[in-house]
Every structure is written in C-alpha cells, then in structure tokens.
Design a protein around this ligand. Sequence first.
Ligand code: ZN
Length: 93
Amino acid sequence: MSSVKNFPQQETGDVAAAKARIVIGINNTLTNDPCALCGARTDPDGIDLMLADSLSLVCDDCGMTYVRPLAMLLRLRNAARTFTSSDMGEDVF
Ligand SMILES: [Zn+2]
C-alpha cells in the first residue's frame, strides 16, 4: 500500500517538478486561490508557499508533504507572530 497522497491534478504529470519550485513568497494581494498542486483551499497570510514561476499558492498540506522545512518555517513564523502579538500587544512582523 502506498502512502503517497492522491492529488486530483496529478494527471498533469508535473507535481514532482512543481515541488522543486515551491518557495516562500510574499502574497501581497492576499488571494485565497485554490492550491496549485491539489486544489484545496489555501489560507493566505501575506507570506505563503507558492510556485516560484507562477506565484500560485500552495496549501499547507502540500507544503508539509513536499517542502516540509519551508512549511515548518512558516508555522514557526506564525507562532512567533502570535506570541509576540499577544505578549507585546502589537504585530511586529
Ligand atoms: Zn495543496
């Protein structure tokens, strides 16, 4: 039995290539377009995972599957921002 996730857009055949192009980028329009890899809902936060060439958003689940260190870095950033906001009463990030 395979543990590989079954992505609905896998028929394009470029998911493996796409994961090599996932980067952390600035989502300055705060769009919540569907994930470029699986079509799931994204949760834009201003600094998000996206495909480098198209700046299409990548969801957290795909991030954890394909680029776990980058996804974990974003989670750390969000946790630090939440902590700092609640501790200092302002958003410093
Ligand atoms: Zn996804």
